[in-house]
Design a protein around this ligand. Structure first.
Ligand SMILES: Nc1ncnc2c1ncn2[C@@H]1O[C@H](COP(=O)(O)OP(=O)(O)O)[C@@H](O)[C@H]1O
Ligand SMILES: [Mg+2]
Length: 244
């Protein structure tokens, strides 16, 4: 799987929110979109997810143009703040939900679904909690269920928008490392939106630093810190250019 974002543009009510944004994600790679509030991170992720149509540009997965493909047909896993768990469904039913809405040809039968849910509960280290309801879980456990639900469809790409922001610092740290190890274990490519550098450093192989709807630099954490390409990147990362 290789995923390419090419020259994506988006205007909302006369305001250019994204301008010629390009990036790529290699197989199994974890990419973070890092930038201040309002820089266009969520808009870009929503375009990738198929929830927002771009005004221009192209999205490609393994050479296939998916720019106009409906969201549900992309087979992308999503962990968004706005994609909360269903309160009236058990943990197991929440995880199985993604499987039940797959197109008929790809949809596993009841026994296969149960098997899959069991494996996913083990993967996120919650094997005993399938019958609980979301209200009976901690915030960290809920986000692990959301991860399991996103992974249930064997996604071609995993999309995460500030998935830890509602959690306290300690839970956030432990969840970060479990998300990272889950992603590597499953081998899925991932894109994370965050305004928190520490989160980007902890999770990402490469980081796209965004400012006012543009990518200032797309590089490894080492390169970003060692050789910031613009004064914005240096300022945002808190690097003093004169001392280098
Ligand atoms: N649906 C929308 N309608 C109008 N403006 C929007 C909409 N979504 C986002 N914006 C504007 O686009 C800009 C980028 O927003 P967003 O992508 O949410 O940034 P980020 O996720 O980096 O904080 C902001 O100025 C925001 O107000
Ligand atoms: Mg956002």
């Amino acid at each position: 799987m290789s995923f390419v974002v090419q020259d994506i543009a988006k205007t909302f009510g006369g305001q250019k929110v994204l301008e010629s944004v390009s990036l790529s994600v290699e197989k199994g790679e974890f990419v973070a979109l890092l930038g201040p509030s309002g820089s266009g991170k969520t808009t870009l992720l929503n375009i990738i997810a198929g929830l927002t149509q771009p005004d221009g540009g192209r999205l490609e997965i393994d050479g296939e143009d998916i720019t106009r493909l409906p969201s549900g047909a992309r087979r992308f896993g999503m962990v968004f703040q706005s994609y909360a768990l269903f309160r009236h469904m058990t943990v197991a039913d929440n995880i199985a939900f993604g499987l039940r809405v797959l197109p008929r040809a790809q949809r596993p039968g009841r026994a296969a679904r149960a098997e899959k849910v069991k494996a996913l509960l083990e993967l996120v280290e919650m094997p005993e909690l399938g019958n609980r309801y979301p209200a009976q879980l901690s915030g960290g456990q809920r986000q692990r269920v959301a991860m399991a639900r996103a992974l249930a469809i064997d996604p071609r790409l995993l999309l995460l928008d500030e998935p830890f922001s509602a959690l306290d610092a300690k839970v956030r740290q432990s969840l970060r490392s479990s998300v990272r190890s889950l992603q590597k274990k499953v081998g899925v490519s991932a894109i994370l939106v965050t305004h928190d550098q520490a989160e980007a450093w902890a999770l990402a192989d490469r980081v796209a630093v965004m400012n006012r709807g543009r990518i200032e630099q797309f590089d490894t954490p080492e390169m970003l810190r060692g050789a910031p390409a613009t004064s914005f990147v240096a300022d945002f990362l808190g690097i003093d250019m004169l001392e280098r």
